[in-house]
Design a protein around this ligand. Structure first.
Ligand SMILES: Nc1ncnc2c1ncn2[C@@H]1O[C@H](COP(=O)(O)OP(=O)(O)OP(=O)(O)O)[C@@H](O)[C@H]1O
Ligand SMILES: O=P(O)(O)OC[C@@]1(O)O[C@H](CO)[C@@H](O)[C@@H]1O
Length: 317
């Protein structure tokens, strides 16, 4: 199968979600429930895209010793498995969900150490799937052993063949990717508000500040900026157009993976060459739809279409 989209996850994870009444640091807890899902940002994006019917290849590095959940996910969703396997275990990230408050506490581990050889193997896998115009999602943190410019380097590789990079990362790797030469910058980025504030180095307290930051990024040749703001929705800015998209319903419980579903929706909209409003509706609808499901999963397309139609759009001057 020729993939229409590729996702790269350099630091995937098994997500262990533990439900508690309430987190009380320093005390013994009796968990209500636990589940484990194959995850990591790019893997989650691939899973949502596959549910939407987009032929997707997942690239990255998995530990050989606990790869079964990933193998099962790829097989069940028809995701093209382009992940290299390394000795050892993929990290397990712990998500503590409090029933009383609805809060989630994430404990994300560092992950398997990768070296230059492994990075080159992943880059070779990417070279093999890249096509002009193809959306390529680069997502998540970088594992130990990988330099901060890893996303910037894969971005340059993808841009060189005319692929469109959708970047979702934070901290130093985001800064390095945005500082790349103009022709090798990402086509689209989806920071959440806090990630963008960290990159900007100051608070972005209101809509005007967020819009200003987004326009500053467009001026650096980023084609599309989506700033997610949790239950408040997201700001989408492209060219002269800017809008705020609010979810049609507020979901309870863990919001883990909502951002990844949003990236998947945005990516599918790029494939379909949607205009900005339709893209924003699609992206928010994917996120809201995912919030009703366990793990990285979308419900039937008609549910997503209903959420897209009900997403509230406000055009910004
Ligand atoms: N409680 C909620 N109810 C409805 N929609 C939500 C809620 N939380 C998030 N969303 C939707 O999901 C989108 C992405 O959420 P968020 O801003 O939390 O992303 P994120 O920080 O990248 O998430 P994560 O890293 O946990 O996947 C939001 O823009 C919004 O559309
Ligand atoms: O440590 P990173 O790479 O920043 O984030 C990893 C992670 O929190 O992201 C996904 C949710 O977005 C989870 O599946 C996974 O555990």
């Amino acid at each position: 199968m020729n993939a229409a989209v590729a996702t790269v996850t350099l630091n995937p994870a098994l997500d262990q979600t533990i439900t508690l009444d309430r987190l009380r640091p320093g005390s013994v807890h009796r968990a209500r429930a636990v589940r484990v899902n194959a995850g990591g940002k790019g893997i989650n994006v691939a899973a949502c895209l596959a549910d939407w019917g987009v032929a997707t290849a997942a690239l990255g590095a998995l530990g050989r010793d606990n790869a079964a959940s990933f193998d099962a996910l790829f097989a069940a969703r028809d995701i093209v498995d382009r992940c290299i396997r390394l000795p050892g275990d993929t990290r397990t990230n712990v998500k503590l969900v409090e029933q009383e408050t609805g809060w989630t506490t994430d404990i994300n581990l560092p992950g398997l150490t990768l070296g230059g050889v492994e990075f080159d193997m992943i880059s070779a896998q990417l070279a093999d799937v890249l096509r002009p115009g193809m959306p390529v999602v680069l997502a998540g943190s970088l594992p130990p052993g990988i330099a901060d410019d890893a996303w910037a380097r894969l971005q340059a590789q993808a841009s060189a063949v005319g692929a469109r990079v959708v970047l979702d990362t934070s901290g130093a790797p985001l800064a390095a990717a945005l500082a790349a030469p103009r022709h090798a910058r990402p086509y689209a980025i989806k920071p959440n508000r806090h990630e963008l504030e960290a990159w900007a180095g100051h608070a972005l307290p209101d809509r005007a500040a967020l819009l200003g930051a987004a326009r500053g990024l467009l001026a650096r040749d980023i084609g599309l900026v989506a700033i997610s703001m949790g239950a408040d929705g997201a700001l989408f800015v492209r060219g002269d157009d800017a809008l705020l998209a609010r979810p049609p319903r507020i979901a309870d419980g863990s919001s883990v993976g909502a951002g990844d579903a949003m990236v998947a929706g945005l990516t599918s909209a790029l494939l379909d060459e949607l205009d900005l409003e339709a893209l924003a509706r699609r992206a928010v609808a994917f996120a809201v739809a995912k919030l009703g499901c366990e793990g990285a999963r979308l419900p039937q397309p008609n549910v997503v279409h209903e959420y897209a139609a009900a997403t509230v759009i406000e055009r910004l001057a």
